[in-house]
Design a protein around this ligand. Structure first.
Ligand SMILES: [Ca+2]
Ligand SMILES: [Ca+2]
Length: 194
């Protein structure tokens, strides 16, 4: 938001500074007052509500800022556990505490198929999760995909085995469609924005 009223004053009461604008954060419910310069001028008060994107709300909750700079930056790792903040956000983990658990888990089922289990908070609607499979770590095929624009639960490359939600976090299990008995297989989770 920018600008003001000609011949008058406009500003946020919370965070307002003199005649200018000083915005401490760019989302929330802000009281706004518009008034004229004279004593008889009318004054209007209202509230301006600005909703954050899910990732900004998460950043503010965990770091007290919604600005994408260290230690709150998407590619920062302030807790030193090897997971960037954006991955911590994607997987529903704590970015300020080293996270020994909660990472995607690879396993081999009884039929010799690789499975990948990962978490996805239901409120994370601004990221895309893709399960990818490969036989050589060079060519990766995109299997099950989850995003706000629609999910592909299974395709020629992978099959979703289960999807459960507990306390607002989905646990998704996806299986490779090629068995490891025919050769080496690899699976990974790729997260992008969007
Ligand atoms: Ca981390
Ligand atoms: Ca962590």
């Amino acid at each position: 938001m920018a600008g003001g009223q000609r011949g008058g004053r406009a500003g946020f009461i919370a965070g307002a500074s003199g005649d200018g604008w000083r915005i401490e954060r760019d989302f929330g419910a802000f009281p706004v007052t518009l008034s004229g310069e004279t004593a008889t001028a009318e004054q209007w008060s209202t509230h301006l509500t600005v909703s954050p994107t899910p990732d900004r709300a998460w950043r503010f909750t965990n770091f007290g800022t919604n600005v994408n700079v260290a230690p709150a930056a998407n590619d920062a790792d302030p807790d030193g556990d090897g997971l960037w903040n954006e991955l911590e956000y994607a997987l529903g983990m704590d970015p300020n505490t080293a996270s020994p658990s909660g990472r995607p888990v690879l396993a081999l089922d009884a039929g010799g198929f690789l499975t990948l289990t990962f978490s996805r908070p239901v409120g994370v609607t601004d990221l895309t999760y893709r399960v990818e499979v490969s036989g050589d770590l060079t060519i990766w095929d995109t299997g099950s995909t989850y995003s706000a624009t629609g999910d592909v639960l299974s395709n020629e490359f992978t099959t979703q085995l289960s999807r459960t939600t507990v306390n607002g976090v989905e646990t998704i299990v996806v299986r490779d469609n090629q068995t490891t008995t025919a050769g080496r297989r690899f699976m990974r989770l790729k997260v992008t924005n969007p």
